[in-house]
Design a protein around this ligand. Structure first.
Ligand code: NIG
Ligand code: FE
Length: 424
């Protein structure tokens, strides 16, 4: 099937330079090299962008009406176009409800206090263990559909609310099913080391992770990365290193939760171990940030989490820009931070963290794509270019900047994933 987009407004190609590499520093916001002027048309064939040309020329060549079964034509009516969003950190699958925790926080309890009282991750684990495969699929389908309406076309999805061999495998199996049936591009991560199950000795659980869960995950080929919640009170540096090293030896690279509440040395360790990314990184030291950049470890900020916790956003993105350190932004969708909206994140990034709309766009498209691309489509996600995947958003705005300027509303008029209109 071919899809022809005509009369585009400005197009944020985000394709300057080597698309296998993230944009950093001034290049991140360089409108001239990243955004094309209005008047283009785009053709996608079998999910790949094959032509980007003057709209009039494409219309002369292909016409402006649908040809049943072979060509679908969309008139963009001068609305702006940007790449589909790449959400590189989500806890997509879990059951239960923790909406009661806001009032607990307002009564003075911290995230850790709530966890110690039986709330937090372990409460979600109890509910999620009771969910069978069908229930997980039902939850996942609804959430993926919602993410797609907000413009997400690529998504990393973690397990981590099972914390036992059976339930972690069930979560990853569900993510695999969702990936097979969805038009969105879904990438699974094994997060067995999200917390310690109740009543189990911590050293024994680390043994279980390394000697039972990891071999099964690798054998079944159901995850692309390992993840660990490396934070004082959860996994310490030694335990994190043990899991990451075992995973690497088994052929699984890692992306880690680090320095969410304090600088626990997590990003420094991530850099030392050469993980794909270090996520949260709110409290990491400058030395660790520089080392991460040197090691090729992406800093992924998740400002939605401190936002819902009622804290400062702790995301020194301007400092990253000034130092030319690569960074991304992601939702961290989880039971505590229930937003799958990248445009909402864009509002935090521009209205609160001081990024320009184009810098923020690079942080949710091209940059996270470099941490997710599988070898068969390296560099083809997160930008609009010939040979790239046709993951394209038509905005409800004549400016590409419109993607992040409607907090609480949805600026995405149409989502096209793999050349197919999933929201119009
Ligand atoms: O990334 N911090 C660890 N994991 C999740 C939150 C987990 C939860 O509260 O359920 C996060 O924020
Ligand atoms: Fe997370």
């Amino acid at each position: 099937m071919r899809l022809l987009l005509l009369n585009a407004g400005p197009v944020a190609m985000m394709a300057a330079g080597d698309c296998n590499k993230p944009l950093v520093g001034a290049d991140m916001g360089d409108r001239e090299s990243l955004v094309a002027e209005a008047g283009l048309g785009l053709l996608s064939e079998s999910g790949i962008i094959t032509r980007i040309d003057d709209s009039k020329s494409l219309e002369d060549e292909f016409g402006s009406v649908d040809i049943n079964g072979s060509l679908q034509v969309v008139d963009c009516a001068s609305r702006a176009i940007i790449p589909g969003f790449v959400d590189s950190h989500t806890h997509l699958l879990w059951d239960g409800d923790r909406a009661n925790e806001m009032a607990l926080r307002q009564s003075g309890l911290s995230y850790t206090d709530i966890a110690n009282q039986g709330g937090g991750i372990m409460k979600t684990v109890d509910a999620t263990r009771k969910a069978d495969l069908n229930r997980l699929l039902e939850l996942g389908r609804k959430r993926i559909a919602r993410a797609a309406t907000f413009g997400t076309t690529t998504m990393e999805c973690k397990s981590g609310y099972g914390l036992s061999l059976d339930s972690e495998l069930r979560l990853l199996k569900a993510i695999g099913h969702l990936s097979d049936e969805s038009l969105l591009d879904i990438h699974p991560t094994w997060l067995g080391a999200h917390d310690f199950p109740k009543g189990v000795d911590t050293a024994d659980y680390v043994e279980e992770l390394i000697n039972e869960q990891l071999p099964e995950v690798v054998e079944q080929g159901i995850a692309r990365w390992a993840d660990v919640f490396c934070e004082p009170g959860w996994y310490n540096l030694d335990q994190t290193e043990d899991v990451v090293t075992a995973a690497a030896n088994a052929g699984l690279p890692s992306r880690l939760h680090v320095d969410e509440f304090v600088d626990g040395g997590g990003l420094a360790l991530a850099a030392e171990l050469g993980t794909v990314s270090g996520d949260h990184v709110g409290y990491s030291s400058d030395n660790a940030r520089a080392a991460a950049n040197e090691a090729g470890t992406m800093q992924t900020f998740l400002p939605g989490t401190p936002y819902v916790l009622g804290k400062e956003l702790e995301s020194p993105v301007k400092q990253c820009l000034n130092n030319e350190w690569m960074f991304s932004l992601a939702t961290d969708f989880n039971p505590n931070c229930r937003s799958l909206s990248i445009p909402f994140l864009g509002s935090l990034a521009t209205h609160r963290l001081g990024l320009s709309p184009i810098e923020a766009l690079a942080a949710v498209t091209r940059n996270p794509a470099t941490t997710l691309s599988a070898s068969e489509h390296d560099g083809t996600l997160g930008s609009i270019r010939i040979g790239g995947r046709a993951d394209i958003l038509i905005l409800d705005s004549e400016y590409v900047d419109g993607w992040c300027q409607m907090p609480g509303d949805n600026p995405v008029a149409s989502t096209i994933a793999n050349g197919i209109i999933v929201k119009s």
